[in-house]
Every structure is written in structure tokens, then in C-alpha cells.
Design a protein around this ligand. Structure first.
Ligand SMILES: Cc1cc2nc3c(=O)[nH]c(=O)nc-3n(C[C@H](O)[C@H](O)[C@H](O)COP(=O)(O)O)c2cc1C
Length: 335
């Protein structure tokens, strides 16, 4: 049942206290974000965009900043390691009218952290603070910062880092309860999220391994966080947001939708992706989504292979049909 209060304030925004969609580069694009929002995600954050790329008006970077009206309230996320460039990037991002700006200080990828951005900023909290200040100064909308537990187990500094972000004007922080060294390996440390929540007065968004209603409830109860953010748990199952919303607003526990509906959602997502991107690119990217949507169905191994070859929307529709037929047959419905 709902946790009091039922809403979270993010600057002037009011977010329903259910669950937000995490930023996921190469995965949580506009199509997927809109689908998650349609199932009740209370807030979405876009794929990380490079401040340098924005400086050079790189087309691909700009495309990452587009926000659809159907996904609001929505933030765009920016990464970089130079305060002036980050301030400039925030100003440029306003062209896309984001509801908030999120600063990426948690990305573990060598391409980003190896160049001083993302999680590498956790090793340099003073520079991170200057970046946050520059972003806040340039932004007419709330600025939030997403980071991790620390760089490694010997350098766990999320609490100190959160304090610095608060002092630098951040409106909220998101804490992923893992170190950079862990990348995505278990376990997620909920105690560090609880410690950050207890230490700062701005809202704290808890993130890491929430992939079910139960794990979301546990994150809220254990850490006392203001909002829960879901990443991988929504891949191939965006209805997780509906299950969370139904529980928090009416105490209802919803089962997973039937396979027919799951396949229909997959196709709807791919249709949207083809609207927003060239079909070739959209369908290449859709391959991994297809594999997530068919996880656990009868014949999944074979279908996964097929999903790796999708190149048109028609291919995807055929795949969905085959999945449905195979699963009907094996339940004896077609016999
Ligand atoms: C494929 C992928 C891409 C990601 N891209 C981003 C990103 O662009 N920005 C970011 O802050 N975090 C990114 N993350 C991290 C997630 O936002 C999230 O913090 C992490 O996956 C833990 O949450 P989860 O256990 O709910 O997935 C990414 C994660 C994945 C799996």
C-alpha cells in the first residue's frame, strides 16, 4: 500500500511516488520510455548525452536529447568532466524543454570513466561539485545527480558526495548501490542508500536490482528513499510499472499480462521506434528488446536466435506470431 507521502517534490515538479525509469544508453530510447510511461512510470530519464558532443553540435548526440510529449515528466542526462562545457550543455539542452537535467556521475564504462567522466567524478568530488554548480547556474529546471556507492570498496563516499551535490544546488540525487568496481555485479548495498537518505535533506532516489513489486517495496521500506528507479527490471516487461502503480494506488496485485498482450506491447514499442528512427537502426536496436520480451516463453532459445536477425517490422510481427503459435500448441490450445 502507498507510502506516505504519496508524492515526491523535485524542484517545482511533483512526481507520484511509484517508480521511475532509469536512464539506459542504447536501450531506453524515446520509444521504450513512452511505453514505460504509458504503463505508469512516474518519471523517465533519457540516455546519457555527451557535453562535448553537444558542444560540437553532433547530430547523434542531439537525437538523444529529444523528449516526446507522451513521456513527460522527463529529464535528459548529460555527462562530461568540465564545468564550463557542462554549463553550456545544459543551456543547449533547453532547446528540448526537459523537465529536469540529470548529471551522470555513475557510468562505469571505460570509455566514459577512463576519460574522467561518469563514475570517475566520484574520485574527484570537488570537481563534481563545480560541475553541479555550473549546471545549476545554467539551468531553469531542477538539476539532479546520479552516482554510485563509491569508486571501489576502499573508497565508499556516496554520503560525502551527496552532501557536496546538495551544497552545489542539486534538487535530488539518485544512488545506485554499487561501486564502480562492481559494474553490475551483485550485491546492491541498500545500506548506503539508507545512509545517504539519512544524511541529506534533498530527495534521494534509490536504484539497483529492483525488478519486481516486492523488491520495490523493500527498497522503499529499507532505505526510506523518496522514489525508486528501475532499469533492467523493465526490459521486456514495462508492465512492471503498472504492477507497482496498481499496488501503490489501490493495493491491487496484478499478474504479468498474457503472452498475446506481451507480444502486442513488443510490437507497439517497435512501431514507435520505427517512427522515431530510420527502420534499419530501429530494428537493429529492437533485436535485444525482442530477446527480453520472449524470455521465459516456450522455445525461447530458438526465438532468441531469430530475434537476432530482425530487420523489418514485418519480421518482428512474424516472430510474435510464431511465439504465440508455439506457446498455444504446447498448451494444447491448437490441438
Ligand atoms: C544497458 C544499460 C545502459 C545504461 N545507461 C546508463 C546511462 O546512460 N546513464 C546512467 O546514469 N546509467 C545508465 N545505466 C545504469 C542504470 O541507470 C542503473 O543505474 C543500473 O542499471 C542499476 O539499476 P537496475 O538494477 O534497476 O538496472 C545503464 C544500465 C544499463 C544496463
Amino acid at each position: 500500500m502507498p507510502f506516505e507521502p504519496e508524492e515526491m517534490k523535485l524542484g517545482s515538479l511533483t512526481l507520484k511516488r511509484t517508480a521511475a525509469l532509469a536512464p539506459m544508453a542504447g536501450v531506453a530510447d524515446r520509444a521504450f520510455r513512452e511505453i514505460c510511461r504509458s504503463f505508469g512510470a512516474c518519471y523517465t530519464v533519457g540516455e546519457m548525452a555527451s557535453a562535448k558532443g553537444m558542444h560540437y553540435s553532433d547530430k547523434k548526440t542531439k537525437a538523444l536529447l529529444e523528449i516526446g510529449e507522451k513521456e513527460r515528466p522527463a529529464a535528459v542526462q548529460i555527462f562530461g568532466d568540465e564545468p564550463a562545457l557542462m554549463g553550456e550543455a545544459v543551456e543547449k539542452a533547453m532547446e528540448f524543454s526537459p523537465d529536469a537535467i540529470d548529471l551522470n556521475m555513475g557510468c562505469p564504462a571505460p570509455k566514459i570513466a577512463g576519460n574522467g567522466g561518469g563514475s570517475a567524478l566520484m574520485k574527484n568530488p570537488l570537481l563534481a561539485g563545480r560541475i553541479c554548480e555550473a549546471a545549476v547556474k545554467a539551468s531553469p529546471v531542477p538539476v539532479t545527480v546520479k552516482f554510485r556507492k563509491g569508486w571501489d570498496q576502499e573508497h565508499v563516499n556516496a554520503v560525502e558526495f551527496a552532501h557536496i551535490m546538495e551544497e552545489s544546488g542539486a534538487s535530488a540525487v539518485t544512488v545506485h548501490g554499487r561501486t564502480r568496481e562492481q559494474f553490475y555485479a551483485p550485491p546492491v548495498d541498500l545500506d548506503i542508500i539508507a545512509a545517504v537518505k539519512a544524511a541529506v535533506s534533498i530527495p534521494v532516489i534509490g536504484n539497483g536490482d529492483c525488478d519486481s513489486l516486492q523488491s520495490v517495496i523493500h527498497m522503499y521500506q529499507y532505505t526510506k528513499c523518496d522514489l525508486v528507479m528501475i532499469g533492467r527490471g523493465a526490459l521486456g516487461s514495462p508492465w512492471i510499472f503498472q504492477q507497482i502503480d496498481a499496488y501503490f494506488t489501490g493495493g491491487e496485485i496484478l499478474p504479468d499480462p498474457p503472452l498475446e498482450e506481451r507480444m502486442a506491447v513488443m510490437i507497439r514499442q517497435m512501431e514507435l521506434a520505427c517512427q522515431y528512427k530510420p527502420q534499419g537502426q530501429a530494428m537493429r536496436e529492437a533485436r535485444k528488446h525482442a530477446a527480453w520480451y520472449i524470455k521465459g516463453v516456450r522455445g525461447a532459445a530458438g526465438f532468441r536466435k531469430e530475434s537476432g536477425t530482425l530487420s523489418t517490422l514485418e519480421d518482428a510481427k512474424r516472430l510474435a506470431q510464431q511465439v504465440l503459435e508455439k506457446n498455444r500448441e504446447s498448451r494444447g490450445i491448437l490441438d
